[in-house]
Design a protein around this ligand. Structure first.
Ligand code: P6P
Length: 342
């Protein structure tokens, strides 16, 4: 008779794994739990977005120059409020806010973490009911706990992240995160309102059959990317080609599919976006940390994402991310056909 598997909730898992951090006094654990709480609240609204008047343009324009959807604003507010009340975070860099959000005084007075977050990525897909996501990255602050958090606290290479994760609001809602000791995935069980461990110790396949890129920008791609796309499309049974093209246009959804099945996601530099479109701090770095922890690879086409030194909170970077062997092959084409800055 198959033994009933024990359900491990996110909260239980975080506490059980706290032993991995002998010096941590539980602050990081509380921070991750705060994020989980906000994710459940956002999930509730995402799931009924089509039913209530919460979608559709707020009319406002966010710092990215994009129309703000009401759910963007709601998600941003929920994560900020959960982090503010949790007391473990002293500053937030959000895609929705031009400047960093300071969390001062009160229980956050000696908070030692800062968070970079994309509260609702892919929000242009909300109205067409395509999966969207939240992406977050956690650092220890540089500044002293006696000082006020400042932008320099966020100017840290991705190698210094203490934790990173994403939530995907899809056919089911999952929270996937790493603290540098592997990657674990939790699926929300709405019947008990808990994220439950469903994908322990996630590993991305070394190779796959999916390449994910917006080929509508083909004419603007670097030659190395054009040549790599042709490589993906050529029949070669020994290397399992031609690959399949899959592009949802929602980063978290495209990324999560590749995490599970293997594949590569590329958002390269284009004429329109010379540094690519995706943001280093709250899109590229957290996903790169997760990818490397799961055995994959992430670069800007030449240099490892996690080693890039940020100098602006909303700076962009080209992104080649996913199965190790596929990213490596794409980098070979970039080296051969497109010399890019490190
Ligand atoms: P494009 C959504 O706005 C986003 O940031 C990612 O979620 C997505 O992968 C990408 O942009 C899509 O961009 O230019 O292909 O529409």
């Amino acid at each position: 008779m198959n033994e009933k598997k024990r359900v491990i909730t996110l909260g239980q898992f975080i506490i059980e794994r706290q032993a991995d951090f002998p010096y941590a006094k539980g602050e990081l654990s509380r921070l991750l739990r705060d994020i989980g709480i906000a994710a459940k609240i956002v999930n509730r609204e995402v799931n009924k977005a089509g039913l209530v008047d919460i979608i559709g343009d707020m009319g406002g324009i966010n710092v990215q120059g994009e129309k703000v959807k009401k759910l963007d604003v709601f998600a941003n507010d929920q994560f900020i409020s959960a982090l503010r009340s949790g007391g473990e975070c002293c500053g937030i860099a959000s895609e929705e806010n031009e400047e960093i959000i300071l969390i001062e005084g009160g229980i956050s007075q000696d908070a030692k973490y800062v968070i970079a977050i994309d509260p609702l990525d892919g929000s242009s897909n909300i109205d067409v009911n395509v999966s969207i996501g939240t992406i977050f990255s956690i650092y220890r602050r540089n500044s002293s706990t006696n000082d006020i958090c400042n932008t320099n606290d966020f100017m840290q290479p991705g190698t210094l992240q203490v934790a990173a994760g994403y939530i995907i609001y899809g056919s089911s809602t999952m929270l996937v995160y790493t603290t540098g000791k592997g990657v674990n995935g939790f699926t929300l069980d709405p019947s008990i309102g808990e994220f439950c461990l469903s994908h322990p110790d996630m590993k991305i396949p070394a190779s796959g059959k999916v390449y994910s890129i917006n080929e509508g920008n083909y004419v603007h791609f670097p030659d190395g990317v054009k040549q790599y796309i042709k490589y993906c499309q050529v029949e070669d049974k020994d290397t399992n080609r031609p690959y399949t093209s899959r592009y949802i246009g929602s980063l978290v959804a495209d990324f999560h599919r590749n995490m599970i099945k293997g594949g590569i996601y590329i958002y390269p530099s284009t004429a329109k976006s010379p540094n690519g479109k995706l943001r280093l701090l709250y899109e590229c770095n957290p996903l790169a940390f997760i990818t490397e922890q799961a055995g994959g690879k992430a670069s800007n086409g030449k240099s490892r994402i996690l080693q890039l030194q940020p100098d602006e909170i909303h700076q962009r970077s080209p992104l080649f991310i996913g199965s190790f062997e596929m990213v490596e092959k794409a980098e070979e084409f970039m080296l051969k056909y497109s010399q890019i800055e490190a």
